[in-house]
Design a protein around this ligand. Structure first.
Ligand SMILES: Cc1ncc(COP(=O)(O)O)c(C=O)c1O
Length: 426
């Protein structure tokens, strides 16, 4: 029955003052089985967020190609606005597949809620634009995906938000940079491309003690390998373009956190329109079904390739958190279940051209940006992402000319190693 704020549509009473019009909050995830025991990643990736019986009795979630959703009558619109009847309204706010994907991602993350965006960068920009105001500050660990840093330093500044960067892993410097204006601490873990791993307990504790929210971009780890929410992190960001989609065939991003913290993020997304098309969400849901199996293989291949490269006479250094030689190996083994498929390495005594020759000689790895898909990708950061930077800027970002970034896919490790062997001999 309508509440006292609802109009009496039969008597012609004055229209009510409308309540929240923007996207309805995500409903709490419903259990997909009667089991009360916590379910494993593989089970959640297949079933979480999905109705047991779906439209048309289909085992897969259908793709609803709809920009808008119809109401039977005026009262059903009012019931929707007053949150008595969860459903869709308009395609910019949500679509049915997207709700399933959000609940699945939240379940994998161990979070109350998640919001899906059209790309990882749309998620990053969406969270910061929803949470920050003129005069606020953020503190950023400096190793990161370069567009995230660019957004903070170049674009947040235009709105009067200051970004302070401190050396990754320097927790004292991070705490010292906090002022009464600081609203958020931002880091990746592992970082791209150096794979530094954050001491999540310490990072979360600095945030809590200073009343500042914390964000971890865990794209390189995925919720299979790392669960920052368990350590008390407020926002966990993913480029779902990478391992979560997993097939190099879609762009998507997500942020997980509490219902309350994400409400303003969801509302802003409804205004930005940075939502995924239903077809893309279908691909993401399909990719997620095999998430655990793929991650196991990425982890195995990454470790095997990293060990091989570390022992190779032409390799100067390997950045892989699963190696004992990695600076943050202790944090990695403490927080991570596996170390992923990304291996960054330096070719010994090679200039930029000698390094490019190794990339060009690879037969199995395809030359492309991105990571986390089933196909192995190889790239030289100097050329692929940092070409327009000055040598001084590259040095400050820790990108030497002889660096290669290899995203191991799910091929056979022996074949990946054989390919590297011939590429390094060439
Ligand atoms: C760690 C990290 N975060 C965010 C992004 C941005 O994701 P997207 O390309 O989906 O916008 C990337 C992209 O490479 C990334 O590596």
């Amino acid at each position: 029955m309508p509440t006292s704020t609802s109009p009496d549509t039969k008597t012609g009473a004055a229209a009510p003052h409308p309540t929240t019009r923007l996207p309805m909050a995500q409903p709490k995830p419903t259990a997909t089985t009667s089991s009360a025991a916590p379910q494993g990643t593989g089970t959640l990736a297949v079933h979480a967020g999905e109705a047991r019986q779906k439209v048309g009795d289909s085992i897969t979630d259908p793709i609803f190609c709809a920009s808008t959703y119809t109401f039977t009558d005026t009262q059903s619109i009012i019931d929707f606005i007053e949150q008595r009847q969860p459903r869709e309204e308009y395609g910019r706010y949500s679509n049915p597949g997207e709700r399933v994907a959000e609940q699945k991602l939240a379940a994998l993350e161990g979070a109350e809620s998640s919001v899906l965006f059209a790309s990882g960068m749309a998620a990053f920009v969406g969270v910061l634009m929803a949470k920050l105001n003129q005069g606020d500050e953020v503190v950023f660990f400096d190793e990161c995906y370069r567009r995230s840093r660019e957004f903070c330093i170049k674009h947040l500044a235009r709105f009067g938000v200051e970004t302070k960067t401190v050396r990754t892993g320097d927790y004292d410097a991070m705490e010292a940079a906090i002022t009464p204006r600081t609203r958020m601490l931002i880091s990746e873990s592992p970082t791209n491309p150096h794979q530094s791993c954050i001491d999540l307990d310490r990072y979360a504790e600095i945030g809590r003690r200073n009343g500042v929210e914390t964000m971890i971009d865990a794209t390189l780890a995925t919720p299979y390998n790392l669960r920052p929410i368990d350590a008390g992190i407020d926002y966990v960001l993913h480029s779902c373009t990478k391992y979560l989609g997993g097939h190099n065939d879609l762009l998507a991003g997500s942020v997980a956190g509490s219902f309350e913290a994400l409400e303003s993020v969801r509302n802003l997304r409804g205004i930005m329109g940075a939502i995924n098309q239903p077809q893309t969400v279908y691909l993401l849901l399909r990719g997620l079904k095999t998430f655990e199996l793929r991650m196991q293989r990425h982890n195995e291949n990454g470790l095997a390739v990293a060990r091989y490269l570390e022992a190779h006479p032409r390799i100067e250094k390997v950045y892989y958190p699963g190696l004992e030689s990695h600076r943050d190996h202790e944090h990695a083994t403490r927080y991570m279940r596996g170390f992923g498929g990304l291996v960054t390495f330096l070719v010994k005594d090679a200039d930029w051209r000698g390094t490019a020759d190794v990339v060009d000689a690879a037969q199995l790895g395809r030359i492309a940006p991105s990571l986390g898909g089933v196909e192995t990708l190889i790239e030289q950061p100097l050329v692929m992402s940092y070409y327009e930077c000055t040598p001084e800027e590259r040095e400050s970002f820790g990108i030497p000319d002889n660096m290669i970034r290899l995203s191991c896919g799910i091929e056979d490790a022996a074949d990946l190693i054989a390919d590297l062997e011939q590429a390094l001999r060439a």
